[in-house]
Design a protein around this ligand. Structure first.
Ligand SMILES: [Fe+2]
Length: 373
């Protein structure tokens, strides 16, 4: 089912219209405490008295949400008899809301993770507060059960509607703004060269790339129209990775994030140009069934969408951009760190990459990433 897109100005009239049109009387709001900094908070506060719409808030979760929090959320949703789930946020609020939606009509006496998913028609509205993760467009969620990461993957947890409210991005710290924007750019590029790419995913990727490049500067300067375009581009990039998943760039970025405390998009963007150059130079290791020439053609399309004439130029463009945005590599590194990073990459995640990467290749790549050359 096509995701409904709502575009809202400061007054959130589009959101009110949506609620009234769907005749919602009980709204279940999944959000973290940061909602208090947003004008949207006031909107939800006035709904009961002014529009007779009851709002139940659920904020009892943390970053890297636990399965137990999801269970508590499902219980709260059932008790409240919610008619609509609204998720406000980026990562964890969206992940928790996706799981609540997924599990809300399943058997509460058994572990949800072990049950077969029974799809439901509960309306689910996502309101992203960053322009980057694209989580509002994907079937993926991550939660933790007994210390282990659980990757949830079901089409039924894709939000049925999304609200783009560019005014919500105003309070985003500058570093987060840059990093999330680069995350969206990495999603579109990695999806474009993924072995799982399709005509449809490529269309999303190329459109997202063009819109990110064109709107980057005004967006970072606080232009609201550019912020609206960036929300839409991040959503398209999310739709692209919903089809293809990400590739080696993302797989390599996770340990970089935990080791150096970088934002996710910062780490992913640090890996991408080096990975791209490596692939250009090692097309004999192409594993995409459509062949090396096909992948080279995809590289060319991605480069042109960025306004570059070749893939080499596009990789350099990203390196330059990171320099301009002051999203640099760590100030120091050691051989031990390189060993740690090279061993951290999940080989399963590398399978989407069009060019094979050995542990030796990963080591070489991390050397370049950390040294920034
Ligand atoms: Fe990402």
């Amino acid at each position: 089912m096509e995701q409904q897109i709502l575009k809202s100005s400061d007054d959130f009239q589009a959101l009110l219209d949506y609620l009234q049109q769907k005749q919602i009387r009980k709204l279940f709001l999944v959000c973290d405490q940061s909602i208090k900094l947003l004008s949207l908070d006031h909107f939800f506060t006035m709904l009961p008295e002014k529009y007779q719409i009851q709002v139940e808030r659920f904020s009892d979760f943390h970053p890297n949400p636990l399965y137990e929090s999801v269970v508590a959320g499902v219980e709260a949703f059932r008790r409240f008899q919610g008619e609509l789930i609204v998720a406000v946020g980026g990562g964890s609020a969206m992940d928790v809301a996706k799981c609540i939606k997924l599990y809300s009509n399943m058997d509460p006496s058994k572990n949800y993770l072990e049950q077969e998913i029974v799809p439901n028609e509960i309306p689910f509205l996502a309101i992203p507060t960053t322009a980057g993760t694209g989580s509002e467009a994907t079937r993926y969620a991550v939660i933790y059960y007994q210390g282990n990461k659980q990757s949830i993957n079901h089409v039924s947890c894709i939000p049925s509607a999304v609200l783009f409210a560019p005014s919500l991005l105003k309070t985003l710290p500058e570093y987060q703004k840059k990093a999330t924007m680069m995350d969206a750019l990495c999603h579109s590029i990695e999806s474009g060269w993924s072995v799982n790419s399709t005509d449809q995913s490529m269309e999303y990727s190329l459109k997202a790339i063009r819109n990110i490049i064109v709107n980057m500067e005004p967006y970072l300067n606080g232009d609201e129209q550019a912020a609206a375009a960036m929300l839409s581009a991040a959503n398209l990039a999310g739709k692209a990775i919903d089809i293809t998943q990400t590739t080696a760039g993302h797989a390599m970025s996770y340990k970089l994030t935990s080791l150096y405390g970088f934002a996710h998009g910062h780490s992913a963007a640090l890996c991408l140009p080096h990975l791209w150059r490596y692939m250009i130079g090692h097309m004999e290791l192409c594993v995409d069934g459509r062949g090396a020439d096909y992948v080279k053609g995809e590289f060319q399309k991605l480069a042109e969408a960025m306004g570059c004439s070749s893939a080499e130029e596009a990789a350099d463009y990203i390196s330059d951009l990171l320099g301009k945005l002051r999203l640099g590599p760590p100030s120091s590194w050691t051989q031990e760190k390189i060993d740690l990073l090279s061993k951290s990459v999940n080989p399963v995640r590398l399978k989407n990459n069009p060019v094979a990467l050995t542990e030796e290749a990963l080591r070489e790549l991390y050397q370049h990433i950390l040294a920034g050359n």
